[in-house]
Design a protein around this ligand. Structure first.
Ligand code: ADP
Length: 284
């Protein structure tokens, strides 16, 4: 559904994307995980037609975005990071305007508005001004609006950034159900647990380069099964083991040399991310 080949983006001297290649399958929930400044928004902005690529190639739903930008844009539903809904208008009017922009006929706009607002649990508020909504509700409205023109791919750029944990979990439920209903979802996030919970596959992006791409389980296995954390001069040091016995042995050793301060636990996606982006010292 999405093909990127050596995608590059330059902002003047700065290389924001240094050649990213990946494929996203139809129906997949693909997480693009990386710290601030990694190039996540830049990738999504290119794919959604908001900025041009500087090199490489991108294809969405079989449409090359440089060859036919309009057709490519129709394949995409986009939810950006900041709330870009019109506060002075009603929820229904925000939906309707989006439908008009995509040339949808009136009866289809009305049907999609009704069905999608109900889908994101905002049906009762359809006539209210958007200004009356909470941050989480605005995010749900933005997701409904992005689905208005029946895009093939839904792009979610940091969809839960800045939201409280309970609202984040509710949005996770909504995102899962959109995927279950057949959508392909490309989600950028800097929350590792969000990628781990939601994604079929995760790409680690750092400084404009892909460091790894696989299922969360496979990424974790590359590091090991077990982790032993202990205090070190740099803060916390984690060592990784495939074998539980070896991990226990290391934990006991850590206990004897660091006055008992250690933790033995399962490897998490965060361990894999830190290791593969080079932000953790190598094992001893
Ligand atoms: P992320 O979404 O992962 O936080 P971005 O894609 O926003 O990362 O940014 C990637 C890099 O490109 C950063 O170094 C950022 O400063 C730079 N950048 C992003 N947008 C612009 C712009 N419009 N002009 C110049 N540099 C930009």
């Amino acid at each position: 559904m999405i093909v990127l080949e050596e995608l590059q983006k330059r902002y003047g001297e700065r290389l924001a994307l240094a050649g990213v290649s990946l494929h996203v399958q139809p129906g997949e929930l693909f997480a693009y995980l990386g710290p601030n400044g990694a190039g996540k928004s830049t990738t999504i902005r290119i794919l959604a037609g908001l900025t041009r690529l500087s090199g490489g190639r991108a294809v969405i739903g079989g449409v090359d975005i440089e060859a036919d930008p309009r057709a490519a844009r129709r394949q995409c539903g986009l939810v950006v990071q900041h709330a870009n809904v019109d506060n002075e208008l009603s929820l229904a009017d925000n939906m309707d305007i989006h439908g008009r922009l995509f040339g949808m006929p009136a009866d289809e706009r009305a049907r999609q508005t009704r069905e999608l607002l109900a889908y994101v649990d905002l049906g009762e508020r359809r006539g209210q001004r958007v200004a009356t909504l909470s941050g989480g509700m605005k995010r749900r409205l933005m997701i409904a609006r992005a689905l208005m023109h029946r895009p093939k791919v839904l792009f979610l750029d940091e969809p839960t950034a800045g939201l409280d944990a309970d609202i984040r979990r509710r949005l996770w439920g909504l995102i899962k159900s959109i995927q279950a209903d057949g959508a392909t979802i490309f989600l950028s996030t800097h929350y590792i647990e969000e990628a781990e919970f939601l994604a079929d596959r995760v790409a680690f992006l750092d400084a404009g380069r892909l460091r790894a791409l696989d299922t969360p389980a496979a990424l974790k296995t590359r590091v090991g099964e077990w982790a032993v954390d202990r205090p070190s001069q740099d803060g916390l040091r984690s060592d990784y083991f495939s074998d539980h016995g070896a991990a226990k042995y290391a934990a006991n050793h850590a206990a004897s040399v660091s006055s008992g301060a250690f933790t033995l636990r399962r490897v998490s996606l965060e361990d894999a991310f830190l290791r593969m982006t080079g932000k953790e010292p190598p094992p001893c």
